[in-house]
Design a protein around this ligand. Structure first.
Ligand code: FES
Ligand code: FES
Length: 213
């Protein structure tokens, strides 16, 4: 969208809806705008400093040179809304939901057990979704790079990556199937612990550790 020479109107799009802000505050970030103004709280506020990826959304802009639409995954906590003139913002609500229909990215993360508390999941979904908009069949290297800015404190990265790998060109037939949980779990350490019943070790009183790789 061409930028008018003088205007106090900020125009952009959120999940396909046109929004017009008059006299927009240049200090308001996209994350604050989404959560407080348009009440799209699927985009999470965590670090607020661009470090965790929980607030990832997709911003689409027309490249004036190639005339093509380009998609970027951005951390909404770092983006002032005033930088979005003419852009289209897609949040996790615009990708899919259980009220309407889940997007395959959302469905496969869930089926791969890639979500636990779920706080990082919208950001993971948006990073993967943006990757797929740019590269419908990405390589595993592209997948790793796309998720490089998304942190998870509970589930671990193995099942998240396993879900993303189902979209990759080089994925095997095994990866395309819903991944059985017992194949994702690797019991480590404490060989004397009762893993089956998850009881504490009788002598060390420690719980068996479960790790994802
Ligand atoms: S809230 Fe952590 S990167 Fe934005
Ligand atoms: S599932 Fe809890 S932070 Fe990732």
């Amino acid at each position: 969208m061409p930028c008018p020479s003088r205007s106090d109107e900020l125009v952009f799009f959120v999940n396909g809806r046109k929004v017009i802000e008059r006299n927009a505050d240049p200090e308001v970030t996209l994350l604050t705008y989404l959560r407080k103004k348009v009440r799209l709280t699927g985009t999470k506020y965590a670090c607020g400093r661009g470090g965790c990826g929980a607030c990832t959304v997709m911003v689409s802009k027309r490249d004036p040179a190639s005339e093509k639409i380009r998609h970027f995954s951005v951390t909404a906590c770092l983006i002032p809304i005033c930088s979005l003139y003419g852009a289209a913002v897609t949040t996790v609500e615009g990708v899919g939901s259980i009220k309407t229909r889940l997007h395959p990215v959302q469905e496969r993360i869930a089926k791969s057990h890639g979500t636990q508390c779920g706080f990082c999941t919208p950001g993971m979904v948006m990073s993967m979704y943006t990757l797929l908009r740019n590269h419908p069949q990405p390589s595993e290297e592209q997948l790793m790079a796309a998720l490089g800015g998304n942190l998870c404190r509970c589930t671990g990265y193995r099942p998240v990556l396993a879900s993303g790998k189902t979209f990759c060109l080089t994925s095997s037939k095994y990866d395309l199937d819903p991944i059985p949980r017992h194949k994702l779990l690797l019991q480590v350490h404490l060989p004397m612990a009762d893993h089956k019943n998850q009881q504490v070790h009788p002598k060390t009183k420690e719980w068996p550790m479960i790790a994802y790789f």
